[in-house]
Design a protein around this ligand. Structure first.
Ligand SMILES: [Cu+2]
Length: 122
């Protein structure tokens, strides 16, 4: 008799737990997209975009990814020393450029990645 009671109550318990879980999941799933939106808008408005310019040499172009890798000189506005790194660039910006070209460029830096706003062969 005791055993029956335990089984019955544990069934009831797991049933109520399952009920709880379902109820908890629904609002969570609905909250996730708006939470992500919030994070996205924080990213675009929270970090100040800095603008910089310099000259450099193209060491790689990845048209598929839309990136250009530059061995660039110092970028004073960003307090960067010279280095080699990749930036996002459009096919239009890259169409007349090739590896080895010496360029002057401008970029927007959001704290994580750089976007080429202007790039010209010199
Ligand atoms: Cu750099």
């Amino acid at each position: 008799m005791n055993k029956m009671l335990i089984v019955a109550s544990s069934l009831a318990l797991s049933a109520s737990l399952a009920g709880c879980k379902k109820e908890a999941e629904a609002p969570q799933a609905a909250a996730t997209p708006s939470g992500a939106d919030k994070a996205m808008s924080n990213m675009s408005t929270g970090a100040a975009v800095q603008h910089g310019s310099s000259t450099g040499t193209i060491t790689a172009i990845d048209a598929a990814k839309g990136t250009v890798t530059l061995n660039h000189k110092e970028i004073a506005a960003l307090r960067w020393p010279g280095m080699t790194m990749s930036f996002a660039a459009t096919a239009e910006q890259l169409k007349d450029l090739k590896v080895g070209d010496h360029v002057e460029f401008e970029l927007d830096w959001d704290g994580k990645s750089g976007l080429i706003t202007k790039i010209t062969k010199i």
